[in-house]
Design a binder for this molecule. Structure first.
Ligand code: G6P
Length: 607
């Protein structure tokens, strides 16, 4: 998804902008550009494709003089990924350059209006209307022009703006799209993502909706949407810079897979106290739990599959019906939701457009809203009534791994917490607490037990199709396992509830067709086993995921992936590990761009 950087200071701006853009590459993009101001002239340089090409074009910034500038990585929405459509966009008089994240929903009427007035458009983007509006409203005061321009815009936007009349100044505006200001000595920055700032500045200010900022090398001034100056506190970023880098692994994805024992521990530990589960952040929700008639979980992508996996524990332990809905469907389904509904929103980034829209829709219907989010201060976290953070740390690879497992871990905690608050926990409380507490260790074991995965990837990577089957929580994990395989290896991978095979899918099973069978739930093992036998007898190669001592499966499967024994109610966070690793090594065999899979974005901030 698009990324923004801005710099003003005493150093050459272009190399700093390029460096910031590189840190944003993980978000997914298809073109990039910078605009740098030298004296009173703005020079724009853009490329279609990778930042490496932009670096080459401007000699790593050496070819572009100037101490002030803005940069952008674009993920195409309005108009193809071309150089013309890449940001920054320049006004007709060359006075303004603008970079933009988000969508201007009313850009068509604005575009027509501006064309009628004689403005000349050079791109198909929604963004370009902004720069022409700036030119139109500029009467010697950039701030006034920004306020007037922002008043005309509908939709979401984070903007970076420079004006050739004000060398040394950069402007940032935020409305429903993240923007962070970084404070330095004789220099200041902004970026759409903290990752682009941490190398240079650890003291940051989070802009909120409707606010804008004027940055020079000496100062940062922040204003509300009427132009009134406001004070805001800086936050100190405590992340280890290394945490945003690869730390010796070949890919961010592998690093993040290996970080899961630590990430899940960081998520669980502060909440597992005194033999129970504590959530100080949910104190206001506790008295309302008894009036709940249902829980609706909503999210997109892997976060949705985390919901599918966590649902079983919530429903079983709390005795409240749980529905899991894709946010993109929920938002348009006029759902039967009222004040007796708890809506749980799951999002790693907290900026997924459909999840935000579903939140707004359900909140308007009276639902109580609880966000499970990784990024502090993100939109979902801010909009929900209650927020529980997953402490996964920054996730850079587009395909989520530690984001997913920490989300599942939080759902387990919520299930236990709600059950206890409602006096429905029943027998086996200590055993359940122990099972959840041991997840980080079990996850590490699941990594250690599967040294054969690179070899298995060599065997399976050429098959164009891979099926995943399982029942109950195994099925929920199969959905995420298949998604991982699809998004990074580009193989056609499909997950089926094992009991559904006979209703159609089995027609696709032929000689040597790989089927990954998840068999980690003893209560329904015999049922899944019979499905394994059905596909085996039609020639499938079965790769079973199970416990080491599961003799029945061991004797039927062709190959094996292992997990340690875990209570099936809480096993999803462990079961997924071998499937993440398998997807990773298959993608590696296939020479795929693992951290930045084609066509995908880390944070999908458009519908
Ligand atoms: C994109 C990412 C996925 C992620 C999904 C939801 O599709 O590539 O990895 O699961 O968005 O993102 P969120 O940030 O809301 O969890």
């Amino acid at each position: 998804m698009c990324g923004i950087v801005g710099y003003t200071g005493v150093q050459s701006a272009a190399p700093i902008l390029l460096d910031g853009l590189k840190k944003l590459e993980y978000r997914g993009y298809d073109s990039a550009g910078v605009a740098v101001m030298d004296q009173n002239v703005i020079a724009v340089h853009k490329v279609r494709g990778r930042i490496a090409a932009l670096c080459e074009k401007i000699q790593d910034g050496a070819a572009v003089p100037g101490f002030t500038g803005i940069g952008h990585t674009r993920w195409a929405t309005h108009g193809a990924p071309t150089e013309e459509n890449a940001h920054p966009h320049l006004s007709n008089d060359g006075r303004f350059a603008v970079v933009h994240n988000g969508i201007i929903e009313n850009y068509l009427p604005l575009r027509e209006e501006l064309i009628r007035e004689g403005y000349h458009f050079q791109s198909e983007t929604d963004t370009e209307v902004i720069v022409h509006l700036m030119e139109r409203y500029y009467k010697g005061n950039v701030r006034q022009a920004l306020i007037k321009t922002a008043n005309r815009l509908q939709g979401s936007y984070a903007l970076g703006v420079i004006c050739s009349e004000e060398p040394g100044r950069i402007y940032a505006v935020r409305e429903a799209s993240p923007l962070i200001l970084g404070m330095g000595v004789e220099e200041n920055f902004f970026a759409s993502d903290v990752t682009a700032l941490v190398n240079r500045s650890r003291n940051v200010i989070y802009l909120e909706d409707g606010e804008f900022a004027e940055l020079s090398k000496e100062s940062i001034r922040i204003f509300d949407c009427t132009g009134r100056q406001i004070d805001k506190k800086a936050t100190r970023i405590l992340w280890d810079v290394q945490a945003a880098e690869k730390g010796g692994y070949e890919h961010f994805m592998l690093k993040e897979i290996m970080e899961q024992p630590g990430a899940v521990k960081a998520t669980l530990a502060p909440r597992l106290k005194n033999g129970g589960v504590e959530f100080e952040e949910l104190a206001g929700l506790v008295p309302q739990l008894a009036s709940l008639r249902k829980i609706v979980i909503t999210a997109c992508g892997s976060a949705y599959y985390a919901g599918c996996a966590g649902r079983y524990a919530l429903e079983r332990l709390c005795g409240i019906p749980v529905e899991v809905e894709l946010a993109s469907e929920l938002r348009y389904s006029d759902p039967l939701i009222d004040e007796h509904t708890l809506l749980i929103l799951i999002s790693q980034s907290g900026e997924t457009a459909d999840t935000i829209a579903a939140l707004r829709e359900c909140k308007a219907k009276g639902a109580k809203t609880l966000a499970v989010v990784n990024v502090v201060g993100s939109s979902v976290a801010t909009l929900a009534d209650y927020t529980v953070y997953t402490w996964a740390g920054p996730e850079i690879a587009v395909a989520t791994t530690k984001g997913y497992t920490t989300q599942v871990a939080v759902l387990y905690l919520l299930a236990l917490f709600f059950a206890r608050c409602l006096n429905r926990a029943g027998d086996g409380w200590e055993r359940m607490i122990e099972a959840v507490q041991s997840l980080p260790r079990r996850i590490q074991q699941a990594i250690d037990m599967n040294a054969s995965i690179p070899a298995l990837a060599k065997k399976y990577h050429k098959n164009p199709d891979i099926f995943f089957i399982g029942r109950n929580t195994d099925y929920a994990v199969a959905l995420e396992g298949a998604l991982k395989m699809k998004e990074i290896s580009y193989l056609h991978a499909e997950a089926y509830a094992a009991g559904e095979l006979k209703h159609g899918t089995i027609a696709l099973i032929e000689e040597h067709q790989p089927v990954i069978a998840l068999c980690c739930n003893p209560a329904i093992m015999e049922k899944t086993l019979s499905n394994v036998v059905e596909v085996k007898s039609r020639g499938a190669e079965v790769l079973a995921l199970t416990y080491r001592d599961n003799q029945k499966i061991l004797s039927v499967a062709d190959d094996l992936l292992f997990i340690p024994r875990v209570d099936p109610l809480f096993s999803a966070a462990v079961e997924i590990l071998p499937l993440q690793l398998l997807a990773y090594y298959v993608a590696k065999e296939n020479g795929c761009d693992i951290d930045k899979p084609k066509n995908l974005a880390k944070s999908v901030t458009v519908e």
